[in-house]
Write a protein that binds this ligand. Sequence first.
Ligand code: SF4
Length: 506
Amino acid sequence: MSEDTTYEPDTLTEAASGSGCHATDEMASAARAAGQSELLDQFARDYPQGPHDKPQSMCPAFGSLRVGLRMKRVATVLSGSACCVYGLTFVSHFYGARRSVGYVPFNSETLVTGKLFEDIREAVHELADPERFDAVVVTNLCVPTASGVPLRLLPDEINGVRIVGIDVPGFGVPTHAEAKDVLAGAMLNYARAEIEAGPVAAPAGGVSDLPTVTLLGEMFPADPVMIGQMLAPMGLAAGPVVPCREWRELYAALDCGAVAALHPFYTAAVREFQAAGRPVLGSAPVGHDGTAAWLAAIGESFGIAAGKVAAAQNAFLPAIKGALAAAPIKGTITLSGYEGSELLVARLLIESGADLPYVGTACARSEWSEADAEWLRARGVRVKFRASLEDDLSAMEGVRPDLAIGTTPVVQKAKAMGLPALYFTNLISARPLMGPAGAGSLAEVVNAAIAGKDRMDRMRDFFEGVGSGDTAGIWEGSPNERPDFRALNQKKIDKQKRAAKAQEMI
Ligand code: SF4
């Protein structure tokens, strides 16, 4: 790719320059006008939209940002509105990034004249020090994507440092989980081209002599070790976890015998593995039934003798049964989240004894989660893919469970209703789930939360009467509601809507 390719920016629409997360239609139209149709069409195929087309959780780009920040010798640069970058860097440091995030700021002029692209190119050249970095990742957020800032025109490498440019707009990538896939897929694509071009280096940790299974999806650190133990009786080893922690692991990940899509939303990464000729398996070794089926599927994929598969199953399934029986969960639970592991957790909770009528995931349906969805539906669970916040809330309000596991707004609502609740991301998905170590790992936290029902009732009673919505809080007098102002404002809004409608018909 040539470095001196020039870029003629389109005139930026007002919508793309001045709107935030919720101007998805305007942003997408601006992006198409700026020549980004191919990118948006690929996103639509990889990450089909659900009932809502706006991010309902944190900025999706947090997913790819975190993947980059976790890799050794990888520098990360964001290009986007200052408020977006502030939020993203804040959250990444809140989650312990301990690394600098590069930022190339812009204003209307640098965006419209194409100077922003020149600034990005200059920043990348400055950063590309092979002593410090293997790769520099540059991410276009919403506005630069909508404006067509062409990261593809950046050089592929500078001084041996790989340059990876990705677009992660909130109007094409619905969740932060799927944004992880955008970067993982881009890196695998780059690494695959390097492998095709000639010999590549082994990872710092070395490579296994045994055929390996690459593990697709971020997990609790003990999970890959547990999976390795379960594969050993079949003469196999656990390969790298993708997203990887260092560049060279990408080569080892591609050099596997099969890929376990433990998290089912890695569409772009799966495309790269399939292009490298690797078979991909869905579901995960979770609970008794999940582990039995997963080990059998792995055995079949590698053509392993039935006796060896049975040996692996016999070595672990009784321990899993024992662990589940020793840590039973009693109670009704609704479950929702946006990490992509919701269906696996639901299986584990049911095998632990919980009654679980609903599981919602913000991720889309994919063939890699089909077996889990089927298993759950066979047990009467309503499985909702691309679940919106409204879906999750109405399930919780309808069921009134003993425990609601969900996203922050679900937990907030549950507390207001006096229901025990746990935040899925921090308290559930960050625990071991696989094999015997995962069986029973949820019981302690889940049972403790269910047992806290009295406390939730006391809390609800304590806050009863402090108001809700815009009358919440402590007031010296009565809340100053001014319904007349509201009525006037509503009239104005209705008038604007009517004018917009009339404009459409012209
Ligand atoms: S980059 Fe993220 S925070 Fe900024 S507008 Fe897009 S979705 Fe919202």
